[in-house]
Design a protein around this ligand. Structure first.
Ligand code: GLC
Length: 579
């Protein structure tokens, strides 16, 4: 379900519908194709174009949302001729390809993907197919893509292009573009495809050296035979290059998730998350809400821990310079990535298949990298239901690498760790196993700290569980898997594992209308209920303490008992030990 301001979606197919179907893709046949994708796991996305000159401000008015859509009627609705005049003012004297490559390298990223042409139709390279490009239409008259491709090669980084193949808001016949040409003749999509799209995809895959990836976007209802032609051109001109999941019709080489989406459960096959360092892809003058280095690391490690690749975006200004705070937070996170490359590169998903209370896990064969974001001051770090024998464990990042001892705790393992975290951002414990890791991924309540269990992992009875996405600001996507439809007396339930019996404080995260009464019950055990308020935003409210009399497995269920139950939307339940 899409929840956004009504005016934002009626006219034009809503953006996430334009992304095309999500198709699971297992490893590509030809192992050389996408090596950097598979092994790199971390890359830089760059949105830069005429829209960067405006930075979401038009005639003194600021528009809030993703900056590369400023021309679109969902934002400022700038007429084509007025928008095209921007090219005359585009003179990015502060563009420095080596500087951008250096920032990506220092961030620990393995390749760069930059916008060659976005939905607005302006080519950020020297295109012979259309003169609405950075060399022919601007006073700057240089091709930044030549420089950046070379700078990436010098820096040992892969290089790739974003190309909006369906939408073209300025070229006659382009998707969501003008239906007539300058002479007033009717223009078809085929005109756009033959005169501009196909020749340009041929240009970007033949004139900039080896390409790692061509990132097509918003295929919408683009007919399949056009996509087939484009994918063929890419694979013919660049046999090692990957085509993004948003090519359309499942013809991409891997799956691209929704914007700003990092999954909370392991996802099979080859896939990527694309994310922003603030809340916009392109430069937006007001957007100073930057992800902290720790937040970047938590989303990167979560992405790799779920089995994917993380591509994080920057939006240079109209003059070509990179916002200093974007560089700062990337570099600080990069300082950590470059000290722990083994945790990120060429690693696979966590055997726990979801986040753990203290952090997350990546894996390399029989070695686990425990990435601890919340260090247990109790000196015990718990690994629930790890069935495989541990051979050795050590704390990384300290002088000689400090070995860590452990003991069995029921079916769990308790690692004995120093009371203080060795790292400011994320501490890493390397656990070497005797054989393949085997884990029972049941949600388990940590004896030391709060454990949040997502509705996404609940089973539902006489209720519904579904994914929903919405835009906070235009194009700033949020998503949740929620349990709803509880008005039929239904319930969400989870099997959970308790190591430490005793009292736990229960909190629920939900949205709704007005005061709601929630009931939380342990099958065959205690049941509690409480009334708390709600709003359309997801908020966490305490329900009360509940007691688990002994260690073991329990079934927990949650019901919404009173109030506007039909409005109740449950996101998570959290247990905090009270012993
Ligand atoms: C969406 C937006 C587009 C952006 C892309 C990045 O498709 O429409 O502007 O470039 O996401 O993932």
């Amino acid at each position: 379900m899409i929840a956004c301001a009504p005016s934002l979606s009626r006219a034009q197919e809503s953006m996430d519908k334009l992304w095309g179907d999500a198709v699971v893709k297992l490893r590509v046949e030809d192992a050389t194709r996408g090596q950097l994708f598979n092994e790199g796991n971390y890359a830089m996305f760059i949105h830069w174009g005429l829209y960067s000159l405006l930075g979401n401000e038009v005639d003194g008015k600021t528009y809030y949302g993703i900056g590369e859509w400023i021309m679109n009627k969902n934002m400022a609705g700038i007429p084509i001729d007025q928008y095209k005049q921007l090219a005359g003012k585009f003179n990015p004297v502060n563009f420095d390809a080596h500087e951008i490559a250096r920032i990506a390298k220092e961030a620990g990223m393995k390749y760069i993907v930059i916008t060659a042409k976005h939905h607005d139709g302006f080519a950020m390279y020297h295109s012979k197919a259309c003169d609405f490009n950075i060399v022919d239409a601007t006073p700057w008259k240089k091709d930044p893509m030549k420089e950046l491709a070379a700078a990436c090669r010098e820096a040992g980084l892969g290089f790739g292009f974003y190309y909006s193949h369906n939408q073209d808001w300025t070229f006659p016949g382009g998707g969501n573009g003008p239906g007539k040409d300058e002479e007033g003749n009717r223009a078809t999509f085929d005109d756009y495809f033959v005169k501009k799209c196909l020749p340009q995809v041929n240009e970007i895959t033949t004139e900039y050296g080896p390409i790692e990836l061509v990132w097509f976007d918003t295929p919408g209802k683009m007919p399949k035979h056009y996509v087939e032609q484009l994918v063929e051109v890419v694979h013919k001109n660049q046999p090692r290059a990957l085509v993004s999941g948003r090519a359309g019709h499942g013809l991409g080489d891997y799956q691209t998730l929704g914007d700003m989406e990092v999954p909370r459960h392991n996802v099979e096959g080859m896939w990527e998350s694309v994310d922003t360092t603030n809340d916009s892809w392109a430069y937006a003058w007001y957007d100073e809400y930057w992800k902290s280095p720790k937040e970047i690391l938590s989303r990167l490690i979560a992405c790799v821990g779920r089995g994917g690749t993380y591509m994080l975006n920057i939006g240079p200004r109209g003059d070509g310079s990179v916002p200093e705070r974007a560089e700062k937070t990337l570099t600080q996170a990069g300082e950590w990535v470059r000290r722990y490359p083994q945790v990120v590169y060429n690693t696979d998903a966590s055997p726990w298949q979801h986040v753990l209370p203290w952090g997350d896990v990546t894996r390399k064969d029989n070695t686990l990298f425990l990435c601890v974001f919340d260090w247990p001051t109790s000196g015990k770090l718990y690994l629930p239901n790890l069935k495989t024998q541990i051979a050795s464990a050590e704390l990384l990042g300290v002088e000689e690498g400090e070995s860590v001892t452990w003991e069995k705790a029921g079916q769990w393992i308790a690692l004995n760790v120093p009371p203080r975290a060795p790292e400011k951002l994320v501490s890493v414990i390397q656990v070497n196993l005797e054989s393949e890791p085997e884990v029972d991924p049941v949600w388990a309540l940590d004896p030391n700290m709060a454990t949040e269990v997502l509705a996404e992992f609940a089973s539902v009875d006489n209720a519904e569980k579904s994914e929903k996405r919405w835009m906070e600001k235009f194009g700033e996507w949020k998503g949740v898997t929620h349990v709803h439809g509880l008005e039929k007396g239904g319930a969400a339930s989870w099997e959970i594992d308790v190591l430490q019996p005793g009292d736990y404080n229960v909190e629920l995260t939900y949205s709704g209308n007005g005061r709601l009464v929630w009931g939380v019950a342990i099958e065959g055990g205690q049941a509690i209920q409480n009334q708390q308020n709600s709003s359309h935003n997801y908020q966490t409210f305490p329900i009360g303490w509940i007691n688990f009399p002994k260690a073991g497995r329990y079934n927990i269920s949650v019901k919404c008992l009173e109030g506007e139950v039909e409005s109740a939307s449950l996101k998570a339940i959290e247990f905090t030990p009270m012993h």
